[in-house]
Design a protein around this ligand. Structure first.
Ligand code: PLP
Length: 426
């Protein structure tokens, strides 16, 4: 890495644990010290040493329109002059809620929070409060933020760093979480046979992105919907990545499923810190002050975050954006597949719309076990060679590659060329 990034990382490690404010960023899994980013525009990033990168992390998903989109910047500038936080209701929060209710099929009522973690944590509390039950079913390799109940067998950084769970999570709470293999209904049926009347909710990433992208079987998602209904449990779709990513209405629109609750984040903040959870009116109205289940936030519905989010959603609602994203992502991943084949490297591409993952494995990747069986050393070598050529990927084999509207065909062609070089060199 460049000199300035090195110096900054040195300073950072002295005063921030591991030098980063979110673990995967440190690059441990791929054996690098991270470049420190100074600036971004469109699909490009520049680090503190002035190196330019084509960005496929997109801030881990939010930047679906690229960085510093003119309309988002303009909305922020206008909002900035009106004050940055009031801790009081605003018109923009109403607009945000109305937009989400209009676009996301199952959401009738929604509450804004400040991160995806807060969204899932609050949805779980609501599910427990609403059903009067305590157990939660989740799936191995799905990541739902870092709340206590949801860190069991989690994906993302927990998977990347090979951490089984986390010290500090009370045993009693972890025991209330049942984690099962993704894409497999049979264990779900068994869990409900055994614990049915105790299960408050099933929470799932309908299209997992945190063990790398996994394509869900339609029958699996249908089955979850049916079994939760039969047992009086709630189905929670964690669409923090997929909301407005795979379609305006997220995975539930694509797969035609109506979950009881939905968690959102990432894209709906347009690059500012945001989360939201919503669902059926009779469930959501149990939240205080209408109901008695408590959840609050000093900065929730923050005016700047609402401005950036609304400007983003306004553009995404136009719809033709998703055709453009599909075409670009398809071009990229077909190119990567071909590059791997030409280099004689076994690979699997999992992709839905503009989120995808290249796994180094000969057999299909359908769950956490098969994702973990991919060749992580090969990924490490590939990652380093891509970074050296100015291609910025997530520094972990268990993450998604995101394409934005700001990626041009020329950038994608260059990326494929770099992948050919990297894969030939492995
Ligand atoms: C990113 C993510 C979260 C957590 O969101 P934060 O804003 O990082 O707290 C939760 N669920 C999924 C599916 C995510 O991808």
């Amino acid at each position: 890495m460049g000199e300035r990034s090195k110096l900054l990382f040195d300073r950072a490690t002295r005063c921030i644990p591991g030098g980063v404010n979110s673990p995967v960023r440190a690059g441990k899994a791929v054996g690098i010290d991270p470049p420190f980013i100074a600036r971004a525009d469109g699909a490009l990033l520049w680090d503190a040493d002035g190196n330019e990168y084509i960005d496929y992390v997109c801030s881990w998903g939010p930047m679906i329109l690229g960085h510093s989109h003119t309309e988002v910047v303009q909305a922020l500038e206008e909002s900035l002059r009106l004050g940055t936080s009031y801790g009081a209701p605003t018109e923009r929060e109403v607009e945000m809620a109305e937009t989400i209710v209009e676009v996301v099929p199952s959401i009738e009522m929604v509450r804004m929070v400040n991160s995806g973690t807060e969204a899932t944590m609050s949805a779980i509390r609501l599910a427990r409060g609403y059903t009067g039950r305590e157990k939660i079913v989740k799936f191995d390799g799905c990541y739902h933020g870092h709340a206590d109940s949801l860190l069991v067998s989690a994906g993302s950084g927990v998977a990347t760093l090979g951490i089984p769970g986390s010290p500090g999570v009370p045993q009693d709470l972890a025991r209330q979480t049942i984690s099962l293999p993704f894409n497999d209904l049979e264990p779900v049926g068994k869990a409900f046979q055994k614990f049915g009347p105790e299960i408050a909710a099933v929470i799932v990433e309908p299209i997992p992105g945190n063990m790398g992208v996994i394509v869900p079987q339609q029958e699996f998602l249908d089955g979850l919907s049916q079994i939760t209904r039969e047992h009086g449990s709630l189905l929670i779709f964690d669409e923090v990545i997929t909301g407005f990513r795979v379609a305006p209405g997220g995975a539930q629109e694509l797969f035609g499923i109506m979950p009881d609750l939905t968690c959102l984040g990432k894209i709906i903040g347009g690059g500012l810190p945001v989360g939201a959870y919503g669902g059926k009116k009779d469930i959501m109205s149990k939240m205080a002050p209408e109901g008695d289940i408590y959840q609050a936030g000093t900065l929730s519905g923050n005016p700047l975050a609402m401005a950036a989010g609304l400007a983003t959603l306004r553009i995404l609602k136009k719809g033709d954006i998703y055709k453009e994203l599909e075409d670009k992502a398809s071009m990229l991943f077909l190119g990567l597949e071909e590059a791997a084949r030409a280099a004689g490297i076994p690979s699997v591409i999992n992709r839905i719309g503009s989120m995808g993952t290249l796994f180094f494995r000969a057999d299909p990747v359908t769950d956490f076990e098969t994702a973990r069986a991919s060749d992580q050393d090969l990924f490490k070598g590939y990652y380093k060679r891509m970074l050296e050529q100015g291609i910025y990927l997530a520094p972990s084999p268990f993450e998604a590659t995101f394409v934005s509207t700001a990626h041009t065909q020329e950038m994608i062609r260059k990326t494929i060329k770099c992948a050919e070089n990297a894969l030939q060199d492995l």
